[in-house]
Design a protein around this ligand. Structure first.
Ligand code: ADP
Ligand code: ASP
Ligand code: MG
Length: 402
């Protein structure tokens, strides 16, 4: 008995049968005596289709109008699910993000939730209704619709669970939990019974899209334990929490791949103080996230600066750098989009040495060249050629996960 937040992703509500399947899960939860808040994503590929529709009109749409457009996807699924619940005898009401009280900052297409005024949700629950909330959307101070970035419905669900002090937050998806690698590509991937917030945050940030990274950040901040499980296959999923029991003592929890990466090189930058500041300052002003940075040691009076940015920001990054090229000594600028980042994640590497060398050996044995390396306490990432990424994932997974 309690309050349960259940989130269902796009595949889980893709068509009529899937919607009734979700209605059954929600009805069972409610019939067991719980209050239920449901968060849903847009059906199937709706969000991608909406993005494609905008691209038919213009290649540079206003972000405000993109949010107006994208938010429609979730409105379809909440209303259909509320109808399905009603028709199976469960009183339900659908709410848009703004009706549910989601207040965000003003960053269109990638807004952050500032707070949730949850009175409406609470009053509907008090009227004994299941509340079906549109994920991924909110309202900014100007009363414009905003969206939370791709995969943002996970964040909506965690935010509601935190605001309402829910007893459980279940993320239903199209796989049975969090695996040691994307089970669609790595057949030997294993389902993890549990994983820590920190490990999950790294995995999500490094490309495992099963959870949106901001949702994990929020779950950690507010201590919201998550359960990731399948809407199609009823069985225990993966628990994401602060501390795990580590019964299995796994050194590595997962391997992830990120293909949204490009490498930018600026050659022959003057080897004088302030150059890095000028280069990265120019990119920061355009809100471009720089990830791995390599700087060669000075050769004569020059050095090379090599770094990664998200692939979809690469064009803007190069344009900004070219505008400022004279300030960097006029050095040549190159961009390589034919790369991917492959990473291993595991808190176990904090206390065990040799993880990096085992990873590099697995790559060497498969004749895969490493362009760049970056490490933190619980992860090691390498930049390699895009077309070698799947082979690299499989080799590294074989090395660490039996
Ligand atoms: P939803 O629509 O339910 O939000 P997503 O497509 O966003 O679902 O996320 C689920 C997908 O994440 C899975 O279908 C799977 O291919 C992918 N995925 C990537 N890495 C992992 C992983 N380590 N464990 C489980 N799934 C993963
Ligand atoms: N519909 C949005 C997307 O496709 C949000 C989500 O699915 O979480 O990114
Ligand atoms: Mg998702």
């Amino acid at each position: 008995m309690g309050l349960i937040v259940q989130k269902f992703g796009g595949t889980s509500v893709a068509n009529r049968d899937r919607i009734f399947n979700v209605a059954r899960i929600v009805a069972d939860t409610r019939n067991a005596g719980n209050d239920v808040v449901v968060v849903v994503s847009a059906q199937g590929d709706t969000t991608d289709d909406l993005i494609a529709k905008a691209a038919e009109i213009t290649h540079d749409p206003s972000k405000r109008e993109m949010d107006m457009l994208l938010a429609t996807g979730e409105q379809i699924s909440v209303s259909l699910l509320a109808m399905a619940l009603d028709s199976v005898g469960v009183p339900a009401i659908s709410l848009t993000g703004w009706q549910a009280g989601f207040q965000t900052d003003r960053t269109y297409t990638n807004a952050r939730i500032k707070r949730i005024d949850s009175e409406r949700i609470e009053s509907e629950l008090a009227r004994n209704r299941v509340v079906v909330v549109a994920g991924f959307q909110g309202l900014n101070r100007m009363e414009d619709i905003t969206t939370l970035g791709r995969g943002g419905s996970d964040t909506s669900a965690v935010a509601i669970a935190a605001a309402l002090h829910a007893d459980r937050c279940q993320i239903y998806t199209d796989v049975e939990g969090v695996y040691t690698a994307d089970p669609r590509y790595i057949k030997k991937a294993r389902k993890l019974p549990e994983i820590t917030f920190d490990e999950m945050l790294e995995l999500a940030t490094l490309g495992a899209q099963v959870l949106n990274n901001r949702s994990v950040e929020l779950a950690k901040k507010y201590g919201v334990e998550l359960e990731v499980l399948s809407s199609l296959n009823p069985m225990p999923g993966t628990i994401v929490k602060e501390v795990t029991s580590e019964m299995e003592g796994m050194l590595i929890k997962g391997v992830a791949k990120d293909t949204n990466v490009a490498v930018i090189s600026i050659m022959e930058v003057p080897d004088v103080p302030g150059m890095s500041f000028k280069v990265f300052g120019a990119l920061a002003r355009k809100k471009i996230n720089v990830d791995i940075i390599l700087q060669s040691t000075g050769r004569g009076d020059n050095k090379d600066l090599i770094f990664t940015v998200p692939k979809n920001d690469a064009e803007i990054a190069v344009a900004v750098l070219k505008e400022n090229q004279v300030r960097f000594g006029g050095g040549e600028i190159y961009v390589d989009k034919d790369v991917a980042k492959v990473s291993v994640v595991g808190a176990g590497m904090q206390s065990h040495s040799g993880v990096a060398s085992r990873m590099f050996e697995a790559l060497y044995e498969n004749n895969i060249n490493i362009r760049m390396i970056s490490t933190s306490e619980i992860k090691i990432s390498v930049i390699i050629k895009l077309d070698e990424a799947d082979r690299a994932m499989a080799a590294i997974h074989d090395e660490f996960i039996q």
